[in-house]
Design a protein around this ligand. Structure first.
Ligand SMILES: [Zn+2]
Length: 288
């Protein structure tokens, strides 16, 4: 089980955020009789800070988010979200094989339940799985309470329990949104929250070249890259594959290797991640 040690800085920022949110209404009440506009300032500011901490994907104010790994060479960690997908997964695995690349698939539990043979194939080919919630509630996860967060994480973990004795220990929140309840829920389950260094915005852009360009610009040794699968498979068939192919081509030509970092290489700002009892992400096992 992985233990993400809370740094002083993230504990302090969390306490400050919550403290300010608690004091802001009191300050607002104090100013209310003399100046209504002034009374609204602390309320507005506290809401703004809470929203920023929640909606800025790699913001560490609620707790540590892993955004890079320590690499001694031109290595990157490719992560592929939202699968498995009957439209993309097998072809993506072929592409990865062509480039001798490894990736971690942050799968949605409901998709894994529907397409277990794709999960098996991912593992058989030496890639790894990680928890990306059971239903991927991208519009509501940012405001989810403890019960909903627990349900989403636990149901996905249960789905992925098919991996013998090696449950994934990495978790990525949908769209990277996390609130004050997400870190405690992940920590209780020994899950590390994974963010990214660069994302291709491949669920928004329509041009695979610009996705690959963006990834190439943000790539550096130790970068965590996010791409997606199973999106817009009807309106833009093959788009996710083309993005992956271009990213593999461009970064390979610049000498990058696509690796699965060892647990002790993972970094979350200044946060230390204690993986002494962790299940290593490089130790994927084929299904029974
Ligand atoms: Zn996602």
């Amino acid at each position: 089980m992985a233990t993400v040690t809370q740094t002083n800085s993230s504990a302090v920022s969390r306490a400050l955020l919550l403290g300010f949110a608690a004091i802001a209404p009191v300050v607002a009440l104090a100013f209310l009789r003399s100046n209504v506009v002034l009374a609204l300032v602390p309320l507005f500011l506290s809401h703004l800070l809470l929203l920023y901490a929640t909606l800025a994907p790699n913001c560490q104010w609620w707790g540590p988010i892993i955004t890079r790994f320590q690499a001694s060479a031109r290595e990157v960690w490719l992560t592929i979200d939202d699968g498995p997908s009957p439209a993309d997964t097998l072809a993506m695995l072929d592409l990865l094989k062509q480039f001798d690349a490894h990736a971690t698939f942050f799968v949605v539990g409901a998709n894994a339940e529907k397409y277990p043979h794709l999960v098996t194939e991912i593992l058989t080919q030496g890639h790894t799985l990680a928890n990306h919630t059971q239903t991927h509630p991208s519009r509501t996860f940012w405001s989810a309470g403890p019960a909903k967060i627990a349900r989403e994480i636990d149901a996905c973990a249960e789905t992925l329990r098919i991996i013998p004795e090696r449950p994934p220990f990495c978790f990525r929140a949908p769209v990277g949104f996390k609130n004050m309840f997400t870190h405690p829920a992940a920590a209780r389950r020994g899950l590390a929250l994974i963010g990214w260094s660069v994302r291709g915005l491949d669920t928004v852009k329509r041009d695979a070249s610009s996705v690959a360009e963006r990834v190439e610009r943000g790539a550096k040794p130790g970068a965590i890259i996010v791409l997606h699968e199973g999106h817009r498979t009807e309106s833009l068939p093959g788009f996710n594959l083309r993005c992956l192919e271009l990213v593999l081509q461009r970064l390979s030509s610049r000498g990058y290797r696509f690796v699965l970092p060892r647990p002790e290489q993972l970094r979350a700002g200044k946060c230390r991640v204690d993986y002494s009892k962790a299940h290593c992400p490089t130790s994927a096992l084929p299904l029974r």
